[in-house]
Design a binder for this molecule. Structure first.
Ligand code: NAD
Ligand code: ZN
Ligand code: ZN
Length: 382
């Protein structure tokens, strides 16, 4: 089969690989019909994620058609059109029993902090991902769902991570009616978080980034006020000014480890790897909210420490909520919103890239060229 493979930092290509096989009776093999590149894949692409091995296939956002099922699979049949959450999870451990699918304790022998994620290095279990023609889906009775007939492929693939994560980000903000919500990052996760904040009762939504084409999308898709942080000596002061000098009620970090905006933080994190990521967006969130506020962290950070302003967070009495998104838990509500027309996730898609051209897709997305917001990957489209 054709599959994207990692060759080293900033180097990916498409190669012929063995088609995955059923390895356990509850496995399924899915023929991928649509995948996506996530902002999280950029951390792998940039060589920031420990134990990302040469030959690994990325891709944790994908949908497809069931090609083969193991002997114990009961919920799926060959030919079913399925969406697969980015988390690999067992469905029965202490965490899964509580709906904390991203924290599953049975799927990743390589780490205790993080669970299993498709195509996300051996640190996250070493499962090959869906930027390929076929993918092995373990726990096939647990993770995947048959896509409702009325849902388009593009909406479905966005439910496997970006939309679910943005929505979860807004949920973890514990938004109360009328709250002012500030979202750091206008990538797919930030845009969906901003849009979801309204559904949860926000009275005002402000999105901060430095890419004008994404801020434009924040205004038209997420109906947000926007701030370009490069236009202010200190964007936190501007945020305070806009919020009666108290600060926002809720902040959502949809940026993570590779934040721009502070050279020292960027160099110590991305170049010297002395921190698990630049915490500049998170520090702006800590500074930019009012006392007693809630901060929801969706941005991903590496396993070592980052220079987070913890003392200020403590003195301000902040609540910090965070997790990898337990994707499948979000689906019933997201399906309702999509079906009712409250959300049309595919509106953020800007690029549809044939699998064979995926190297170009990574380059565009990494360098944020060509107005890119969300690239989809289409196997067999070359
Ligand atoms: N928690 C989860 O389950 C989960 C799931 C998916 C993605 N993520 C993480 O969420 C983050 C966002 O993902 P994405 O797909 O939207 O990525 P993305 O790279 O497309 O978007 C990030 C955006 O942040 C902007 N940005 C950079 N520095 C900033 C700063 N200091 N302040 C404000 N904005 C800044 C960038 O210009 C970019 O538009 C990533 O860290 C990703 O790993 C987490
Ligand atoms: Zn992702
Ligand atoms: Zn589990």
């Amino acid at each position: 089969m054709r599959a994207m493979v990692y060759r080293g930092p900033y180097r990916v290509r498409v190669e012929e690989k063995d088609k995955p096989r059923i390895e356990h009776p509850n496995d399924a093999i899915v023929r991928v019909t649509l995948a996506a590149i996530c902002g999280s894949d950029l951390h792998l692409y940039h060589g920031m994620m420990p134990d990302t091995r040469v030959g690994h296939t990325f891709g944790h956002e994908f949908i497809g058609v069931v090609d083969e099922v193991g002997s114990s699979v009961q919920n799926l049949r060959v030919g079913d059109r399925v969406m697969v959450p980015f988390n690999v999870f067992c469905g029965s451990c202490y965490y899964c029993a509580r709906g904390l699918y991203s924290n599953c304790h049975n799927v990743n022998p390589n780490a205790t902090a993080v669970g299993g994620i498709y195509g996300y290095s051996h640190t996250c279990g070493g499962y090959d991902g869906g930027q390929a023609e076929f993918v092995r889906v373990p726990f096939a009775d647990v993770g995947p769902s048959v896509i409702p007939d009325w849902m388009s492929d593009e909406d479905a693939v966005l439910c496997t991570d970006a939309l679910a994560t943005g929505y979860f980000g807004a949920q973890l903000g514990d938004i109360v009616e009328g709250d002012t919500v500030v979202v750091f990052g206008a990538g797919p996760v930030g845009l969906f978080a901003a849009r979801s904040a309204w559904l949860m009762g926000a009275g005002r939504v402000i999105v901060i980034d430095h890419l004008e084409h994404r801020l434009e999308k924040a205004r038209t898709f997420a109906y947000a006020e926007t701030l370009n942080f490069t236009e202010y000596a200190d964007v936190v002061v501007e945020l305070k000014r806009l919020t009666g000098f108290l600060g926002a009620d809720v902040a959502i970090d949809a940026v993570g480890a590779e934040a721009d905006g502070n050279l020292v933080q960027h160099i110590t994190a991305a170049k010297l790897k002395l921190q698990g990521g630049s915490p500049i967006a998170l520090n702006w969130a800590i500074d930019g909210v009012r006392k007693g506020a809630t901060i929801s962290v969706m941005g991903a950070y590496g396993p070592i420490f980052s220079a987070v302003k913890f003392g200020d967070a403590m003195n301000k009495g902040l609540t910090l909520n965070m997790n990898q998104c337990p994707v499948k838990r979000q689906w019933p509500r997201l399906f309702e919103h999509i079906r009712n027309g409250h959300l049309k996730p595919s509106e953020i898609v800007t690029h549809r890239i044939p699998l064979d051209d995926i190297a170009e897709g990574y380059h565009l997305f990494s360098a944020k060229l060509d107005g890119i917001i969300k690239p989809l990957v289409v196997p067999g489209a070359a």
